[in-house]
Write a protein that binds this ligand. Structure first.
Ligand code: HOZ
Length: 425
């Protein structure tokens, strides 16, 4: 057994499935997950000293690459003054101000520790604000693992073939209404029937947990118009897309002002930090101002805030996003070209530093389209690439990420590996 196999076997003794988050177990692709011991720039190294070009980037946060020196320096210097206080700090005020400056829809923001906390809290807030219970979500969208959101969800639930979780009371799930993604007629019909009972629509405006699927302009506009008309809260879950697809996130690209936005991943620069925010009249319902309770010992943790602040400041530097977008484009157009040369049925797309690729003729627009792509081919491609030192998300239902540390040479090496692997499929 190599080191990765030994560690995976040892991990299973005291950690369920050997992992602390299900997709990491390689359940849908099979095999042993590499245990990562180091990351630097675009690369990670496993316990057997194998180096990989990393297109997971900790599932999105590492937009600057692994262990960026400025982020590491900020974390160390902040930690030297104390790890956590459970009391307000100047740093969190700076981060809140910066988020509100970067995202005009956010007038007030609260910091939390994970994307799950952000979405769960945003939904409670929307329910408290409207006095209504019903929640609309879309098939294949994943918004973390709070009870009311684990209904027909994506990410690990799709990986393991069960898009709804055991342990969620039927009474809780009953208030979650699930519609097909990008289906304007379905959402119009639902609002016409029960629009005045709906507290919120929550959506990944570019879905990244059923692979990457983009919302159409008509769908986005319908969600905005219907929420406004019926007094429901429109929640953009930009945990994955926030500061990843554009400096103003998906909402900037769409020209849409959601009522609430959930952020995570990039906003924490690789540390456990997330946020939710939006209209100040809605945010004013939160305790201590209002009756909707939400709290956390590690909320606004100074070390995490320091990492997030440096990351946001770096991505605002002139040319950063253009470069990131250009590198991601090179990867995606290159993959499409190599697939063509090898007669592989394949499609791919990217927005900013986020991408999706599919073993299907055309880019999926819905959960049903994603389910029609060739997952057996994905699994073979995944392992072929892993063997060649290219680390992709271990599931056909996840998006991929490029960082500013990915060089032209990294991308060319990735394409050279892909050409060999496509030929072997
Ligand atoms: N839910 C994440 C993917 N969409 C996976 C998180 C993890 O395993 O770290």
């Amino acid at each position: 057994m190599n080191q990765n196999q030994q560690l995976f076997a040892a991990a299973q003794k005291h950690i369920p499935g050997g992992v602390n988050s299900p997709v990491r177990a390689f359940g849908s692709v099979g095999g042993t997950p590499p245990f990562i011991k180091k990351g630097e720039g675009a690369y990670i190294w496993d316990a057997d000293d194998q180096r990989y070009i990393d297109y997971v980037g900790s599932w999105g946060p590492l937009i600057l690459g692994h262990a960026h020196p400025d982020v590491v320096a900020a974390v160390i210097s902040t930690a030297k003054n104390g790890m956590s206080f459970g009391a307000p700090t100047a740093l969190e005020v700076e981060l809140a101000d910066l988020i509100c400056e970067m995202l005009p829809s956010i007038e007030q923001v609260r910091l939390v520790s994970s994307g799950t906390e952000a979405t769960m809290s945003a939904i409670r807030l929307a329910r408290g604000f409207t006095g209504r219970d019903k929640l609309v979500k879309f098939e294949g969208c994943y918004h973390g693992h709070a009870d009311s959101l684990l209904v027909k969800a994506g990410s690990g639930l799709l990986t393991f073939g069960n898009p709804s979780s055991a342990g969620v009371p039927a009474s809780v799930a009953a208030d979650t209404l699930v519609l097909p993604y990008n289906d304007v007629a379905a959402i119009e019909q639902l609002f016409a029937e029960i629009g005045n009972q709906i507290a919120a629509i929550i959506v990944e405006p570019i879905a990244g947990n059923m692979n990457m699927v983009q919302a159409s302009p008509a769908f986005v506009q319908a969600m905005r118009n219907l929420s406004t008309k019926y007094g429901a809260v429109l929640i953009y879950d930009e945990v994955m897309t926030g500061f990843r697809v554009d400096l103003q996130c998906t909402q900037g690209l769409h020209g849409i002002k959601p009522d609430l936005t959930c952020l995570g991943k990039v906003v924490g620069g690789g540390m456990p930090l997330a946020a939710f925010g939006g209209r100040s009249d809605i945010m004013a319902q939160l305790a201590p101002l209002g009756p909707v309770y939400q709290a956390g010992t590690l909320s606004g943790n100074p070390v995490a805030v320091a990492a997030g602040l440096v990351t946001l400041k770096k991505i605002r530097e002139a040319g950063f996003f253009n470069y990131l977008t250009q590198q991601t484009n090179k990867l995606i157009t290159g993959l499409i070209q190599v697939a063509k040369e090898t007669n592989t049925v394949f499609s791919a797309q990217s927005v900013g530093g986020m991408f999706g690729f599919y073993f299907s003729e055309s880019i999926p627009e819905s959960f049903a389209d994603v389910m029609n792509s060739d997952r057996t081919r994905f699994n073979a491609f995944f392992h072929g690439m892993l063997n060649k030192g290219i680390y992709l998300a271990p599931s056909a239902f996840e998006a991929g990420f490029v960082s500013a540390a990915h060089s032209d040479e990294d991308i060319l090496n990735t394409l050279a590996a892909a050409k060999i692997v496509f030929n072997e499929l």
